[in-house]
Design a protein around this ligand. Structure first.
Ligand code: UDP
Length: 478
């Protein structure tokens, strides 16, 4: 007889490398360690296709990929905001997902996994009679924020919205000041707010949540969710992270940054990067450059094109040479101890390199986990999305970061972190008393990550628990 088809997991990734990268890692583990066939489904239109392709091409051939056909979005109001467009894109793509699933894996489907923005897929999963899970590529505390939004609105009159309290108290998380609440949750008049409320209302319909975090990073928040699952108040939440892309890219070793790092003394370099979407204003780039220069420390800076529209991010492919925006003579003056590279560095390798001592970071969750996994402490410099909240977790819960006061506001409102603050934060992290404590915490958490993935580690066991539930589903279908 032909070998039985392996059970299929269909994973829907919302646009953006920061969403796709950890989802791809989850796919890799499900195939390699749990015997599933996985199909990663992406959406056309809002992410850079070349970046998506680069992420997907690193996956084993046994992970199938599909891109859903484009959907029209031109009827949306121009000022609706990027988050709302994301929600609409995914919602409108569900019929295409239904057709894809019906045409390929029905009968052997073990689960449908969507991420934040993708929860309309939970209704599709229910319709097809397969488990529907949500993969959160961010902190467990983020789920608490969404829950609070829904709590605030259930009971209110339909269509009536309220701002979250300030500060926002969340179980096991530092109280969030208004500015640290994720974008889209901060102001109930923002068009995206209604989408967040809807998103949160769908959470109760999930069979479970997979979160790219680990017990020892957010221990009290994890406990709170465990209690809620036991009491039947919320679906089970499995901490299955951190997913960090293995550094298998051979070309990376040949890159200018790795060769440069090889020549630097151990623990001497400050790595500076704002992720795949973060963008500084031209003025902020100048202050950052001056601050790095003032700090006297060595640095490796991934320079991206500045933002010209006042927003702290830019999406899609960018054109132009970001180096043109550095201050006059900066590269020459710092050539003996600094390297600036345009747009991209092999970050996981950079963070794992012995020369790298600290990370000035936008606190994207993937970057944060990569830093923690390498034991590298951070200067938290959040820009947008849920990065301010991540910064609060890293600084106040995990204790692996210092945060310049001016970096608290996120940069979207024209606040510039002055050079003195940049230099002071770097110096503190590289030699100050607080910096020492943060370094020690980073080393402890690096060990905790290793434990989480050890044969009997918590993240490994959590994923196995989910996998065995999924296998049973297929068993019952057959
Ligand atoms: N990344 C990288 N090189 C760069 C910039 C980013 O390899 O120069 C990777 C980084 O390692 C991480 C991801 O891109 O895995 C960025 O995800 P994150 O959640 O940190 O931030 P986002 O880009 O979504 O803001």
């Amino acid at each position: 007889p032909p070998p039985p088809t392996p059970p299929h997991v269909v994973m829907l990734a919302s646009p953006g490398a920061g969403h796709l990268i950890p989802l791809a890692q989850l796919a890799r583990r499900l195939v390699a360690e749990h015997g599933f066939a996985v199909m990663v489904v992406t959406l056309a239109g809002l992410s850079d296709p070349a970046t998506d392709a680069a992420v997907l091409s690193s996956l084993p051939a046994s992970v199938a990929t599909a891109v859903l056909p484009a959907v029209a979005l031109d009827d949306l109001p121009a000022d609706i905001g990027f988050g709302s467009v994301m929600f609409e894109l995914v919602r409108r793509s569900i019929p295409h997902l239904r057709a894809l699933v019906a045409g390929s894996v029905v009968g052997s489907a073990a689960a449908i996994v969507c991420d934040f923005f993708g929860t309309p897929a939970l209704a599709l999963a229910a319709e097809l009679g397969v488990p529907g899970y949500v993969f959160l590529p961010t902190s467990i505390s983020f789920i608490s924020t969404v829950r609070r939004v829904v709590e605030l609105h259930d009971g209110a009159a339909p269509g009536e919205y309220h701002d979250l309290p300030d500060p926002l108290a969340l179980p096991g998380c530092a109280p969030l000041r208004h500015g640290d609440i994720p974008d889209g949750f901060r102001d109930c008049a923002d068009p995206v707010y209604a989408y967040v409320v809807e998103e949160g209302r769908r959470y109760g319909g999930a069979d479970g949540f997979l979160v790219n975090s680990f017990q020892e990073l957010e221990p009290d928040a994890a406990e709170a969710f465990k209690r809620d699952a036991q009491n039947g108040e919320f679906p089970p939440v499995y901490l299955v992270g951190p997913f960090v892309r293995p550094s298998s890219d051979k070309d990376a070793d040949e890159s200018a940054c790795m060769k440069w790092l090889d020549r630097q003394p151990a623990g001497s370099v400050v790595y500076v990067s704002f992720g795949t979407g973060g963008a500084l204003s031209v003025e902020q780039m100048v202050e950052l450059a001056a601050g790095l220069e003032m700090s006297g420390h060595s640095f490796l800076w991934v320079v991206r094109m500045p933002s010209t529209d006042g927003l702290p991010y830019s999406m899609g492919a960018s054109h132009g040479n970001p180096m043109d925006f550095l201050p006059e003579g900066f590269l020459e003056r710092t050539s003996d101890r600094g390297l600036a590279v345009a747009s991209w560095a092999p970050q996981v390798r950079v963070l794992a390199h012995p020369a790298t001592a600290a990370f000035v970071s936008h606190c994207g969750w993937n970057s944060s986990l990569e830093s923690v996994s390498s034991g590298v402490p951070m200067v938290a410099w959040p820009l947008y999305a849920e990065q301010q909240m991540n910064a609060a977790i890293l600084t106040e819960v995990a204790g692996v970061a210092v945060r310049p006061a001016a970096a608290a506001s996120g940069g979207g409102d024209g606040v510039v972190v002055p050079r003195e603050e940049v230099a002071a934060a770097v110096k503190e992290l590289m030699g100050g008393e607080k910096g020492g404590a943060v370094h020690r915490r980073a080393r402890e958490l690096k060990e905790a990550v290793a434990r989480a993935w050890s044969p009997d580690g918590a993240s490994r066991r959590a994923l196995e628990e989910v996998a065995s539930k999924w296998r049973n589903t297929v068993h019952k279908q057959r």
